[in-house]
Write a protein that binds this ligand. Structure first.
Ligand SMILES: Cc1cc2nc3c(=O)[nH]c(=O)nc-3n(C[C@H](O)[C@H](O)[C@H](O)COP(=O)(O)OP(=O)(O)OC[C@H]3O[C@@H](n4cnc5c(N)ncnc54)[C@H](O)[C@@H]3O)c2cc1C
Length: 437
């Protein structure tokens, strides 16, 4: 393990920043694109590891907005809001991740379907710069003039409808820290919009295995697009995921795919009548209610189990994070169907309503090169479809190889200018994508 320095106050952190030591800073270490168990092999040169997860947590309300500083995780933020009749809009499936890190990773999640990504909920933030000085940025002020920015924004326009594009947005002032993975400063405070704590109803729909027939899936996908807002989230766990759940948590007979819908209870009758009742390829006998607690436990249980199995097998996680446009969603499923024939165990789950799924190979160490080759083919397709290859989990260290083809001099020029201005000593995550690719 590289030398680790843990910070128990912001003042500690400021003192460390003034020394300009190259450091990889982390919060809860739930990122799937940083190989935390092998950091000593991955971090090159004299890079320290800086632990931000001990900085005292603070929360307060500003009207309906939530202000967070320090090491607050999503679960605690939601509990705090509940006492104020409010709720988090979008959070990652992994609720133990820290909220401030969510800015760095531009996190999204299930409820992104109704509420958009975390960036859209950010009102303002504070960050520490290279000298440990705190600055405040606002989401309603434009990004400051930067060399090459006009061309960058023109290129970005084609990706504007994705949760996260292949590169950060750099449109408003707060974007400096959003999705830049800690390469330009350390986020210390955040003001977030919240939503009312409304009653919701969760349903699950049992479907045939997508490998055999994904027409019923596509029918639901198309239908649900007109109900964003009343439907808060629309998620998939395929039949291969069921084996990762405890026997009493499995849904159906364990051989079917499952689509979940989270519906505002006050709109339930309308959604049932106009959306679910209109489905031709899913019968009412295949639709069931599930408690909110069970939904969350089942939904989060699968990616956690996949993550743990990969670690146990000693392989890097081999999962995808691609989002495509509506017109290419069937192409994406068709492609996954083809690569599922490789003879390596796999599973498919994720943010179905947003055409954003995680396909995971579960390889033995000797299978990894073959799986990698399939993923390389996938990224060529995603490039062709003008899709987003890493719409949620970011690039970190593990996806740098694959992001290269999505970047050109247009993006690299802006990365260079920003790194020069905000990180002249290369002290913030020196191996991050802004310099490495
Ligand atoms: C089971 C599982 C499910 C997941 N589901 C989702 C999901 O639905 N949506 C999603 O978006 N992600 C998801 N993730 C990925 C992960 O939870 C998110 O990326 C999360 O935002 C990381 O938070 P963290 O506190 O663990 O950050 P870390 O892993 O500690 O750090 C992540 C990155 O952020 C940087 N960073 C951390 N804190 C700061 C800070 N204060 N200032 C500047 N930079 C900082 C680090 O340098 C690093 O580059 C999932 C992960 C797992 C294991």
């Amino acid at each position: 393990m590289p030398n680790t320095k843990s910070f128990s106050t912001v003042a500690d952190l400021q003192a460390h920043l003034r020394g300009h030591a190259p450091t990889f800073y982390h919060s809860s270490r739930t990122s799937t694109v940083i190989p935390y168990d092998k950091l000593e092999n991955e971090l090159k040169g004299p890079v320290l590891v800086g632990d931000l997860s001990k900085i005292p947590a603070e929360m307060r309300m500003n009207g309906e907005n939530l202000i967070i500083s320090g090491a607050v995780n999503w679960q605690d933020a939601d509990q705090f809001l509940k006492a104020h009749g409010r709720a988090i809009m979008t959070s990652p499936t992994e609720q133990l991740a820290l909220v401030l890190a969510g800015i760095a990773t531009s996190c999204t999640g299930e409820r992104c379907f109704a509420f958009g990504n975390m960036r859209q909920q950010t009102v303002r933030l504070k960050y520490l710069d290279q000298d440990g000085v705190e600055h405040e940025l606002f989401a309603d002020r434009p990004f400051p003039p930067t060399e090459g920015l006009d061309a960058y924004q023109v290129a970005f326009a084609g990706y504007a409808h994705y949760k996260n594009a292949p590169y950060p947005r750099f449109e408003m002032e707060t974007d400096l820290l959003i999705g830049t993975e800690g390469q330009l400063g350390i986020v210390t405070e955040l003001e977030l919009k919240t939503t009312a704590h409304d009653d919701v109803t969760h349903l699950f729909l049992l479907l045939p295995r997508w490998e055999q027939d994904f027409e019923p899936h596509m029918e639901i996908y198309q239908a649900v697009q007109n109900f964003r807002g009343s439907v808060i989230s629309c998620e998939l766990l395929d039949s291969n995921c069921m084996g990762y759940l405890k026997p009493d948590e499995r849904l159906g007979d364990g051989t079917q795919d499952v689509v979940f819908l989270e519906i505002l209870s006050r709109d339930f009758e309308q959604v049932y009548g106009e959306l679910i009742g209109e489905l031709k390829l899913t019968s009412p006998e295949s639709i069931f209610e599930i408690s909110s607690a069970k939904f969350h436990s089942v939904r989060a249980g699968v990616p956690r189990a996949v993550f743990e199995e990969n670690s146990k097998m000693g392989v890097k996680k081999m999962g995808t994070d691609c989002q495509v446009s509506q017109e290419h969603f069937a192409d994406l499923l068709g492609f996954y169907r083809e690569i599922s024939k490789l003879g390596v165990r796999y599973n498919l789950f994720g943010h179905f309503g947003d055409a954003h799924l995680h396909y995971n190979y579960m390889p033995r160490p000797e299978d990894t090169a073959r799986c990698q080759a399939e993923f390389e083919k996938l990224y060529s397709k995603v490039l062709l479809w003008h899709g987003s290859p890493f719409a949620e989990h970011g690039i970190g260290l593990l996806k740098q190889k694959f992001i290269k083809a999505f970047l050109s001099d247009t993006q690299r020029a802006v990365f260079r200018a920003l790194k020069k201005r905000h990180d002249p000593h290369s002290q913030f995550f020196p191996q991050g994508f802004m310099t490495a690719v």
